[in-house]
Design a protein around this ligand. Structure first.
Ligand code: FDA
Length: 415
């Protein structure tokens, strides 16, 4: 354990309360839960945070390659997927990326903008965990970790949590246990189970921001391209449901990954194709036809002017073109076909790498069950759902944390 781990080890913070009675019990010491606990506690409420893990906020720790892409300065409702796209507007407008950035600056955490408004810590994601823990300390938040919650039930005074450390009573309960992604660091279906218990609708969860896979036979020709990365346009869906991202794509042994593929995976439906434009700035068919009169090069050499040589060789082989053919000798029809394979390469994924690799879970507690102001369940006063447990899923790029902060603050202020 590092020195920091020791500081953050919640056994240090564990404070068993004699009466086991709290104003608020927050289940889940992740991004949304800690933010909610700090805000509620700083309003003077007696708050307990419970988590079955022994360490705080494991997902923050591993996020952004260890540097936590903690928000996106351009985050707005259009960067989120939900069956009810208007739901997230209220929380997002009341706690903005600038608000979180002010907190980061107040804690003197060095950060930088990496790409398209994505803000990362200069040093480590641990800085964000330490900041949230410090905010919780100011709020005198109590901790029970590791502690498994077996059941949540209502009583006349509010809620009773049956835990492996006995009963805990709380007037209000916030479910902040996230989604199903990365079970090996503690993700569970707890939020959905509580939702079912209280007869709340759930939008079917599925892995999102996840690499896509292809059946072994159809992918065989592309396996040698593993490790190649390039900027592409990638799209899925048709007409008004069409979504396009210009981002990097990465070839892997089993399929495609990289930011572009992760983005599109959140919109992709089983059975749908995806289309990749490997050369978004060039109309390749026209360019090749024009080159018949101006270039003496063969196909492989000519294309290597645009794309990495290893990719060119792999693509020509996979699509059945001989690289040593002189462009001038080729029929326009063949050049058009090649142009299409590169500018509009259509692929049919057979699935994804699943929750093992997914950065988030799409779907969750149906937002129509919740108040957009407070995140409270409309038909169960005192019960709240926040963060990834809710059917609000951000794009790749700091949006999911912004939702965790904003929904946590909304509940923390309303409780
Ligand atoms: P979160 O998952 O953070 O916390 C849930 C907590 O509940 C955990 O502490 C867990 O132990 C606890 N819990 C679960 N089940 C329980 C149970 N039954 N009983 C008690 N406790 C339980 N987003 C982003 O915006 N920028 C980024 O850089 C990244 N990077 C990234 C990398 C990787 C590898 C992953 C997997 C994810 C990301 N994300 C991200 C997504 C982001 O991490 C995620 O959306 C938020 O952490 C969600 O916050 P929550 O608080 O809702 O859940």
């Amino acid at each position: 354990m590092t020195k920091l781990d020791n500081q953050l080890d919640t056994k240090v913070g564990t404070k068993v309360d004699d009466k086991h009675h709290y104003d608020v019990a927050v289940i889940g010491a992740g991004a949304a839960g800690m933010m909610c606990a700090a805000v509620a506690g700083q309003r003077g409420l007696r708050v307990l945070v419970i988590d079955h893990a022994s360490k705080l906020a494991e997902k923050i720790r591993i996020s952004g390659g260890g540097r936590c892409n903690f928000t996106n300065i351009n985050a707005g409702p259009n960067n989120f997927i939900s069956e009810n796209p208007h739901f997230c507007k209220s929380a997002l407008s009341r706690y903005t990326p600038q608000d979180f950035l002010s907190l980061v600056k107040r804690h003197k955490i060095a950060f930088h903008e990496k790409h398209k408004g994505q803000l990362f810590c200069d040093e480590s994601a641990e800085d964000i965990i330490r900041m949230l823990k410090a905010e919780c300390d100011v709020a005198k938040v109590n901790w029970r970790m590791p502690c498994k919650v077996e059941q949540v039930r209502q009583d006349a005074a509010g809620f009773v949590l049956e835990t492996e450390q006995g009963e805990i009573h709380a007037a209000k309960v916030v479910i902040a246990t996230g989604g199903l992604s990365i079970p090996k660091i503690g993700a569970t279906d707890f939020s959905y189970k509580v939702a079912q218990q209280f007869n709340l609708k759930i939008v079917a969860p599925r892995p999102a921001l996840v690499p896509l896979t292809f059946d072994a036979a159809s992918w065989e020709a592309f396996v040698p391209l593993s490790g190649i990365s390039l900027e592409v346009d990638i799209e899925t869906g048709e007409k008004k449901n069409k979504v396009v991202f210009r981002e990097d794509l990465l070839f892997t042994h089993r399929g495609l990954s990289g930011p572009g593929v992760l983005q599109i995976s959140s919109f992709w439906q089983e059975g749908q194709s995806i289309r990749v434009n490997l050369l978004p700035e060039v109309d390749l068919a026209q360019d090749l036809i024009d080159a018949k009169t101006t270039s003496k090069k063969n196909l492989a050499n000519y294309l290597s002017g645009y794309l990495p040589a290893r990719l060119v060789d792999g693509l020509l082989l996979a699509h059945g073109f001989a690289g040593d053919l002189k462009i001038a000798d080729m029929q326009d029809k063949r050049l058009r076909l090649l142009g299409e394979k590169i500018n509009r390469w259509e692929l049919l994924p057979n699935g994804s790498e699943g929750y093992r690799k997914a950065e988030v879970t799409r779907g969750g507690v149906d937002t129509r069950e919740l108040s957009q102001q407070s995140m409270m369940v409309n038909k169960v006063p005192g019960l709240y759902f926040i963060g990834e447990a809710v059917d609000v899923t951000g794009w790749l790029g700091g949006y999911n944390f912004q939702w965790a902060w904003a929904s946590g603050v909304a509940a923390g202020l309303a409780i």
